[in-house]
Write a protein that binds this ligand. Structure first.
Ligand code: GSH
Length: 223
């Protein structure tokens, strides 16, 4: 039997600030955890192409091709790559799916909105005019309410739905963007959860290759 060919799509180049956090990392991490080798293909970040929109209607990344399956949305990608592996045991499928959706729908918007208020201070040309103190406080309060709920839950769990699963890849990647800002400091269980997950060899390999991609992209741009 020939193994299906897996291709992960990301941008051809990006500036420094999002590197390490571009969501192709989630697809790479899932591939590494499940022992899938993959190729990287790129789409232009500027201008976005029609070919890109044909694969991802919002012209975002990542997308994957896995044999004859083409997919976008990191939750769908993680669940797809986890299929038939210990990252998605059949008896845990519904619970893991629930947590993937919770990470993307109940937690990530609160994190992204607060992060945008922070990024708007340093990069207003990209993130819009600096957020007012009121907006920033509102977004922080909303995010902290979500983090507090998750903190209670993770206080007595190693992973979110039994053993390490596709849901942990997505939830941890949503949370880890907060590490450097100190926003997780009041949430020791979440801090430990993120540290535990990102200490996994598969995460380290995914991150190393993700960063190497941007270094190579710089070199290609310079030529
Ligand atoms: N919900 C999407 C979000 C994808 C997303 O936000 N991708 C970012 C890169 S990490 C992007 O392409 N941003 C550029 C844009 O939105 O134009 C997913 O999880 O796949």
């Amino acid at each position: 039997m020939t193994a299906r060919k897996l291709t992960i799509y990301t941008y051809d180049w990006l500036p420094e600030f999002p590197r390490g956090f571009v969501r192709d990392l989630r697809a790479r991490w899932a591939a590494e955890e499940t022992g899938r080798s993959y190729d990287i293909a790129t789409v232009p970040v500027n201008p976005k192409s029609d070919a890109h929109r044909a694969m991802q209607p919002f012209a975002q990344v990542p997308m994957i091709e896995d044999g004859d399956v083409t997919l976008f949305e990191t939750g769908a990608i993680a669940l797809h790559l986890a299929e038939g592996t210990p990252l998605l045991p059949p008896e845990k499928r519904t619970e893991i799916t629930q947590w993937v959706i919770a990470a993307l729908n109940s937690v990530e918007p609160s994190v992204s909105n607060w992060m945008n208020t922070q990024m708007s201070k340093d990069l207003p040309q990209i993130f819009g005019p600096p957020a007012s103190a009121e907006l920033e406080a509102h977004m922080l309060k909303f995010m902290n309410s979500r983090l507090a709920a998750l903190e209670m839950l993770m206080a007595d769990r190693e992973w979110i739905a039994g053993d390490f699963s596709a849901a942990d890849i997505i939830m941890v990647d949503v949370l880890r963007v907060l590490q450097d800002s100190g926003a997780l400091n009041n949430f020791p269980a979440l801090t430990d959860y993120v540290e535990r997950a990102t200490a996994r060899p598969a995460f380290a390999k995914a991150m190393q290759d993700h960063m190497a991609h941007w270094t190579a992209a710089d070199a290609a741009k310079a030529n």
